[in-house]
Design a protein around this ligand. Structure first.
Ligand SMILES: [Zn+2]
Length: 315
């Protein structure tokens, strides 16, 4: 039985009720409502599209920006493909900001009339992270680093350098655990230990989290919400961990990036850093402002809500 549970329900936040916003809004996944839809084997709940997932699912909402509907896509980790699982109405709800600390000067420096994107780097800190920070600084760019907690003590200077550079530190669990495999206590430990460790070395308590493998079940979502953490996924997967090829990473980004994209990379691979030496200046030259995920979400909708999934923002 190839069953999966898609937690879905998309909302346009911060806008008037009863009026789904088409453009000009964030469309995060609201994992709380409406009711989850169960899909099994080869048939979607709509009967519209075949779903064939051999791995525990989760992720990903890609969004249709018309008619007040959103496409819901399922991410298949067994073969790295994304399939459309169904379409649901976009439900407008109000989402209060869970991001209480943003540097106002850095926010003020962002031009809301120019395109913005968020580069994100998972699985560090690592031996190449400082080099990446240098590239970002040379281009007046910021990024978001989803760090693995148990690596932090090996790179305390790098952790402080991320914060000093104006980039954002976020949570990628303590030991790169599959949160869907853990009980409540295990999930809490993975997330909370990392927050505590980041704070120990930088004084910062990270708010945003990204589940390793993009994998969560409803317990993990609920614990994450309880801990006050928005869930950040991505809308552009470079697959840099797989190709380890600087040119392919460059091509993946440049061919698909657009305003509001959240880009997934990994700063533990040398080829990724090599690609960034070309990617970052190219994006800046193309007119993009490279901002943190919190800045991106705040620009559009005043912040992110705990337990909600965000994979991009679009205007
Ligand atoms: Zn990871």
């Amino acid at each position: 039985m190839l069953a999966m549970l898609v937690l879905l329900g998309l909302c346009a936040c911060g806008h008037a009720a009863n009026e789904p916003q088409v453009n000009g809004s964030v469309f995060p996944l609201n994992t709380a409502a409406p009711e989850p839809v169960e899909l099994d084997g080869s048939q979607s709940a709509d009967g519209a599209v075949t779903v064939d997932l051999r791995q525990p699912f989760f992720i990903n909402a890609s969004l249709l920006f018309d008619k007040g509907h959103a496409q819901v896509a399922a991410w298949d980790f067994s073969n790295q493909t994304q399939q459309i699982a169904g379409e649901r109405p976009i439900l407008p709800v109000h989402t209060p900001s869970a991001l209480d600390v943003l540097d106002p000067q850095a926010m003020a420096a962002i031009d809301p009339d120019r395109p913005v994107i968020a580069l994100t780097f998972d699985d560090g800190p690592g031996p190449y992270t400082q080099q990446l920070l240098n590239i970002l600084s040379a281009n007046n760019a910021r990024a978001t680093f989803f760090v693995v907690g148990n690596r932090i003590k090996s790179y305390p200077e790098v952790m402080r350098a991320i914060a000093a550079q104006g980039s954002e530190i976020a949570n990628h669990s303590w030991a790169h655990a599959d949160l869907a495999d853990l009980d409540e206590q295990g999930i809490r430990e993975q997330l909370q230990w990392t927050v505590d460790e980041v704070e120990k070395y930088t004084g910062i308590r990270p708010k945003l989290m990204r589940p390793p493998y993009g994998s969560m079940d409803d317990l993990a979502v609920s614990v994450t919400r309880d801990l006050g953490m928005p869930i950040i996924t991505w809308s552009l997967d470079t697959r840099d961990w797989q190709t380890k090829d600087a040119q392919k990473t460059y091509d993946a980004i440049i061919s698909s990036v657009r305003n509001g994209t959240i880009i997934l990379c990994h700063d533990i691979h040398q080829a990724t850093i090599e690609s960034m030496a070309k990617v970052v200046p190219a994006l800046v030259k193309a007119g993009y402002q490279l901002v943190t995920v919190s800045q991106l979400l705040t620009l559009v909708d005043g912040g992110a809500a705990a337990g909600q999934v965000y994979n991009s923002v679009h205007w």
